[in-house]
Design a protein around this ligand. Structure first.
Ligand SMILES: *[C@@H]1O[C@H](CO)[C@@H](O)[C@H](O)[C@H]1NC(C)=O
Length: 489
């Protein structure tokens, strides 16, 4: 934070200096001939006095005045001030030395996570469906059930997640991958390679029947959440589901269907025998229950979000999010959820949870994610893999993530691809990660300043919605550190 503050002071001085220089040039620079194109404040002012009277073009008129070529070579004093606002005696420091080489740069290339999709001829669409037990009904349930899955890095991880949702019964045409890579149309145009962390294959998602929405620029988590709500407005979705991309989900295939229990303890609607027990169907059933209780006032509380394994998979009531002003985009990543969910709670919205299936948070990818749909390895009858085996494997993958496997840190899966140098919108993978971590810290610091408290437990402390930005800090920066520090994060 000290660094940021320092930088902003510096840029403020730079602005001040620029402003003074512009005023100086305006008042003291000699009036210039309008045929001279050097951009100074004086000539800009002169131009504005003659708006609508453009200088004659070279071809027009009988006796055109040739214009002087723009002065491109020597640096305008204002431009050199931009790079350094120090005086002429300033001696720049020597270029810093290089950091030690990082292990990431030598990590092995990642394999194609779903080779069947690249086979020639391409696989039949019927092969790429959910196993029979989980298949969604031919006629869509009356409810709209869009599922938004945000993607920034790690294609194998995303593909595994998407395929597992299809395998768990989610209709592929209801799945919207929100490509939040910041590479604009580069992936759509096939310009990135598999080793690039931001690679995503539109063709393969299309083969699976899944849609892609491209964000106009790389959004933070909070911005992405607001973008979801915006998208829901545009598409007229009253509710939508969103999911993290690092999940591996399964239906409860071993259980007879029971309508989901709700956290409020209100009795559930009668089981509908036409439902299969897929994860998707249970989500629809939860949605139906929440909408009915809301609309019919059956003691139903107004609700904002409904969690399936905390917010790994979340059902959102769009208008509730909009009613409290959306996510605070000054808290770009972590702590943004604390801010949002507390504000919703203070506004009287319910946020329950339901178990609809197994939802594993993983950092590793199956050798061939196609096994989730086909339930078969190497295309041989002996290669058959049953549901229980897959669930056990996924459980091990989750354990690995939390016990520091798969590279040590809980989030290291995001950094496995390290190629793509020279491709459009290339970003250094480690630099990207470093910048992200700094934004995460800053977000926590903003949260701490906003509520006077470091940590998510602001409601327990007795803080209320009206207190935002009005409380003194409840910690001492000198002895306890910055807003993002402390052991409550
Ligand atoms: C995307 O997938 C298709 C089908 O597997 C493949 O032909 C194509 O080369 C892939 N595109 C890129 C840019 O890797």
């Amino acid at each position: 934070m000290a660094k940021l503050a320092h930088m902003s002071v510096r840029s403020r001085y730079r602005m001040l200096f620029l402003t003074i220089s512009i005023l100086f040039v305006y008042f003291f620079a000699p009036r210039q001939d309008s045929s001279n194109f050097s951009i100074s404040a004086a000539s800009v002012i002169q131009w504005s006095a003659h708006l609508g009277r453009l200088p004659p073009s070279q071809n027009a008129g009988s006796n055109p005045t040739p214009m002087a070529p723009p002065n491109l070579l020597s640096q305008d004093p204002l431009e050199s001030e931009f790079y350094s606002w120090r005086g002429p005696d300033y001696v720049p420091r020597p270029k810093p030395p290089y950091k030690p080489p990082s292990p990431l740069r030598s990590s092995p290339p990642i394999p194609d996570p779903f080779p069947l999709l690249s086979s020639n001829p391409p696989p039949k669409r019927s092969l790429l469906q959910a196993p029979k037990i989980n298949r969604p009904p031919k006629t869509h349930y009356p409810e709209q059930t869009p599922l938004l899955i945000g993607f920034t890095r790690n294609w194998p991880q995303l593909l595994q997640c998407v395929v597992s949702y299809i395998a768990a019964g989610w209709p592929p045409e209801d799945i919207f991958v929100v490509e939040n890579t910041g590479v604009m149309n580069s992936n759509k145009d096939g310009k990135l390679s598999l080793q690039n962390p931001f690679y995503l294959n539109h063709t393969q998602l299309d083969m699976l029947g899944v849609d892609v929405i491209i964000t106009p620029t790389l959004l933070t988590f909070a911005q992405l959440q607001n973008f979801y709500a915006w998208t829901a407005l545009e598409k007229d979705w009253e509710t939508y589901f969103w999911s993290h991309q690092d999940l591996l989900v399964f239906s409860f295939e071993d259980e007879a269907f029971l309508p989901p229990a709700t956290s409020s303890g209100t009795p559930n609607p009668e089981p509908n025998p036409e439902y299969a027990g897929s994860l998707y169907t249970r989500c629809v059933s939860t949605l139906r229950y929440l909408m009915n209780s809301l609309n019919l006032g059956q003691g139903g509380k107004k609700w904002a979000s409904h969690f399936f394994a905390y917010d790994h998979l979340t059902l959102v009531n769009r208008d509730a999010i909009l009613a409290v002003g959306g996510w605070d985009t000054h808290i770009p990543y972590y702590a943004g959820d604390c801010d949002m969910y507390n504000r919703l709670r203070w506004a009287g919205y319910g946020q329950g949870q339901t178990e609809v299936g197994f939802i594993f948070d993983v950092a590793t990818v199956l050798e061939d994610v196609g096994v989730l749909l086909l339930r078969i390895r190497n295309n041989t009858p002996e290669g058959e893999v049953d549901w229980q085996t897959l669930v056990d494997l996924a459980q091990q993958m989750e354990d690995l993530k939390y016990t520091g496997g798969a590279g040590g840190d809980r989030n290291t899966w995001q950094m496995r691809q390290s190629g793509g140098r020279g491709e459009p919108f290339y970003r250094d993978p480690e630099g990207f990660e470093t910048g992200l971590r700094m934004l995460i810290d800053t977000g926590r610091a903003v949260f701490a300043e906003k509520w006077g408290h470091r940590g998510c437990d602001i409601a327990q402390v007795g803080i209320t919605a009206e207190d935002e930005w009005r409380l003194e800090r409840d910690w001492d920066v000198q002895s306890e550190g910055f807003g993002w520090e402390g052991d409550l994060w």
